[in-house]
Write a protein that binds this ligand. Structure first.
Ligand code: NAD
Ligand code: DAU
Length: 352
């Protein structure tokens, strides 16, 4: 079996659903259930003996030791993190706690477990760390996309904490020989995406008649990847990646934020037109920029294509249409995640 962390969140829950749709290998899902964790994402697995959920923190060494000894996984995949850049600006401490200290504690628990494995299990074991393209910093308009050799230049508390975790993972390979794999992925979108991030924020706010907030001039560029493609890339890296190596994952889909939101509005205009016949694009509103806002991210995903034969299946247009349709089909999920603490966050971040 495998043990995954942070897999009640957006990418992690998609990963578990994808994993169990493609294999019968059981999975232990360890998640602290912060505001971003949501067991409703995994409701379709109720009663499925292949999935075991454990609520807990990756910083809890005693719990980790117990879980590893009890379940004896052949791999540990670390998705757990504080993941939202704006929240890291408003309050960085939780990011240092989970992304740096949590990863450290997880690495130490896994190292102790791995050290005691019999030789064949020890050499087959993998620790896969899920990271981000944001560790590479910001690109200029004419710069080549990030390769795995790009220097680390993180600019936000979030990306600095992820960079620190990547460095720890690398050091545990070089110093202790722990067979690690690191993936650095670009912006994901798709089902179960918490509506604090640009795409789900704008879909849910468009439908509720609220303003669609665009930071600064809206010309910042991100490289969008459908979450299902990220999941298939992680499965492939786990299966065939070389320990100690890094794999960049991206969709070859660079888009300016304003174009993303305009495309999203045009998709909604077709799938669920506004009652007054106006376009959802009339709700677009420019708001003050994010401090330290990175201008452009772009991933060169040629290594994973060349060495592991992975490439994305979705284009931005097909992925976005599926995503918008998913939100239209799941109003109860949206209603449940947009209550209480979420509304407080919106008030703090956007005012009003
Ligand atoms: P998310 O915020 O939706 O989910 C994070 C999950 O981790 C939640 O379920 C939360 O409860 C859990 N968690 C947080 N702190 C924890 C702790 N201390 N112990 C155990 N669980 C904890 O994040 P996501 O978008 O699904 O991102 C998953 C991973 O992928 C993160 O490591 C993130 O840095 C990375 N990543 C995300 C993107 C993206 O576009 N969303 C892109 C590249 C990489
Ligand atoms: O690049 C990978 C990263 O992508 C992941 O590591 C992070 O976990 C994930 O949150 C995401 O970070 P971003 O900051 O790029 O995503 P976000 O959806 O917050 O913002 C996308 C772009 O849209 C960014 O340029 C900021 C802008 N934006 C965002 C929000 C929330 C707006 O213009 N308005 C908004 O209200």
């Amino acid at each position: 079996m495998i043990l995954t962390t942070g897999t009640a969140g957006f990418i992690g829950s998609n990963f578990i659903l994808d994993w169990l749709a493609s294999t019968d290998e059981p999975v232990i899902n360890l998640d602290a259930l912060t505001y971003a964790g949501n067991l409703e994402n995994l409701a379709t697995l109720q009663g499925d003996a292949r999935h075991t959920f454990v609520q807990g923190d990756i910083g809890d060494s005693a719990l980790l030791q117990r879980l590893l000894a009890q379940h004896r996984p052949r791999a540990v995949l670390n998705f757990a993190a504080e993941s939202h850049v704006d929240r890291s600006i408003a309050g960085p401490e939780a990011f240092i706690q989970t992304n740096v200290m949590g990863t450290f504690r997880l690495l130490e628990a896994v190292r102790a477990y791995w050290n005691d494995l019999p030789p064949d299990e020890k050499s087959a074991f993998r620790f896969l760390h899920v990271s981000t393209d944001e560790v590479y910093g910001s690109l200029g308009a004419q710069d080549a996309p990030f390769t795995e050799q790009h220097r680390y230049e993180p600019n936000s508390p979030y990306s600095a904490s992820k960079a620190a975790s990547d460095h720890l993972v690398r050091a545990w390979f070089h110093t202790y020989g722990l067979p690690v794999l690191t993936t650095n992925c670009s912006n994901n979108y798709g089902p179960y995406h918490f509506p604090e991030k640009l795409i789900p924020l704008c879909i849910t706010r468009a439908l509720s008649g609220a303003a669609l907030p665009i930071y600064g001039d809206g010309q910042q560029i991100r490289d969008w990847l459908y979450v299902g493609d990220h999941c298939s890339a992680i499965r492939r890296v786990l299966q065939a990646g070389t320990p100690g190596e890094v794999y960049n994952i991206g969709g070859w889909n660079e888009k300016a934020n304003l174009d993303v939101v305009r495309t999203l509005c045009a998709t909604l205009d077709k799938l669920q037109p506004r009652a007054d016949g106006a376009s959802y694009a009339t709700q677009i509103t420019f708001v003050p920029d994010r401090p330290g806002h990175d201008r452009r991210y772009a991933i060169d995903a040629s290594r994973i294509a060349r060495e592991l034969g992975w490439k994305p299946a979705e284009t931005f247009e097909t992925g976005l249409r599926k995503t918008v349709q998913w939100y239209l089909d799941h109003p109860q999920w949206v209603a449940n995640v947009t209550s209480g603490a979420y509304r407080q966050w919106l008030g703090q971040q956007y005012g009003g």
